[in-house]
Design a protein around this ligand. Structure first.
Ligand SMILES: Nc1ncnc2c1ncn2[C@@H]1O[C@H](COP(=O)(O)OP(=O)(O)O)[C@@H](O)[C@H]1O
Ligand SMILES: [Mg+2]
Length: 327
């Protein structure tokens, strides 16, 4: 049995707005095993960032629980112990806005070292050099300001800042989607190397499903605040079940002949994502689903287990009556 580092249990995060309540995250459950890369994939607005923000403690959940290494952490919102903030770190999508332009790289990296007492004043400089080396940047970069370096380099600094506290869980919120295609691969390779070297666990958030093939050990698909399907990566690409998963998969390029044979035939993406203020009753995907049945407009399906570590939330699989444990 692998060790579970994070459990997200029936998490809800609603935002009251003038237009009504935005159900950004609506009753999602999943777990992350120590040392794995869990891919959390969904279109823009599906609730990925809000999920990460609840896990890292930026927002208190509306309901549900988050457990880190067996301890409920959502209940201590606002009073998270420093040790917890040191263990769970986040890398944001846009390093351009996440790095303070008025501070040098040295100042930026000094903050977590000081706050979390990772380095004394005396060895601060040595530690900064080693952090820069870790993300493959030359030591003299510490005297530069964010505006003087490229987008990929900025993200490397943001990664170094996240790793400065020796975390065990790192949330990567679309870490490459604001970057030039030319540097995306470099950042992904660096992240994978750092994971090996430092025994890190990743929750890797992206809208780019094809990226997950070589990166994630498991993939979870999110749509309009809810999870549709979770499966180990190989199983996910070979045996997708949820109509939304199939729609996403039919839109990405294949890498081999075997995959070509398995790939769902092109399913046209139909309809717009409904507003999260006005989520339709029944299955939230029914308005776009090519396999819609009558019941789908009334009943919201529950997550059922259909294989080893493979769960799906669709009425087509209702006969697999076993309500899934948290996958
Ligand atoms: N602070 C907020 N107030 C109101 N609505 C929000 C807030 N943050 C996010 N949302 C809404 O919640 C939904 C999910 O957003 P988000 O988690 O950022 O999705 P993603 O990261 O998948 O693109 C969106 O409809 C977004 O507009
Ligand atoms: Mg986001």
């Amino acid at each position: 049995m692998t060790d579970t580092i994070l459990v997200v249990d029936k998490l809800k995060k609603y935002f009251p707005t003038k237009r009504g309540t935005v159900k950004a995250v609506d009753n999602i459950s999943f777990s992350v095993a120590t040392g794995e890369t869990m891919g959390l994939v969904g279109e823009s607005g599906s609730g990925k960032t809000t999920t990460a923000q609840c896990v890292v403690g930026i927002y208190p959940p509306t309901d549900g629980e988050i457990r880190f290494k067996g301890q409920a952490v959502s209940k201590v919102f606002g009073k998270r112990p420093k040790s917890l903030k040191q263990e769970i770190r986040i890398v944001f999508q846009d390093p351009g806005s996440s790095l303070n332009p008025k501070r040098s790289i040295k100042q930026i990296l000094s903050v977590p070292l000081k706050v979390h007492r990772v380095a004394t004043k005396k060895d601060n400089l040595t530690k900064i050099k080693s952090l820069l080396e870790m993300v493959e940047l030359p030591p003299e970069y510490m005297y530069k300001y964010p505006r003087a370096i490229g987008g990929g380099e900025k993200q490397m600094v943001a990664i170094a800042r996240a790793l400065a506290t020796n975390p065990s869980l790192v949330l990567l919120d679309e870490p490459t989607s604001a970057l030039d295609v030319s540097v995306q691969g470099k950042i992904i390779n660096l992240l994978m190397k750092l994971q090996q070297d430092l025994n890190l666990t990743y929750l890797f958030i992206t809208h780019d499903l094809s990226l997950m093939r070589n990166v994630a050990s498991r993939v979870a698909i999110m749509y309009l605040g809810k999870l549709c399907e979770i499966a180990p990566t190989v199983e996910f690409f070979q045996n997708p079940t949820h109509p939304y998963t199939k729609m996403l998969l039919s839109a990405i390029p294949v890498v081999s002949q075997e995959e070509k044979a398995l790939k769902p035939t092109k399913i046209a993406s139909r309809g717009e994502i409904p507003s999260p203020v006005n989520v339709p009753p029944g299955c939230s995907f029914h308005s776009r689903c090519p396999e819609k049945m009558d019941m789908c407009a009334q009943d919201d399906p529950v997550m059922v287990e259909i294989g080893e570590g493979h769960v799906t939330r669709c009425h087509l699989f209702a006969e697999a009556k076993t309500t899934a444990p948290i996958a």
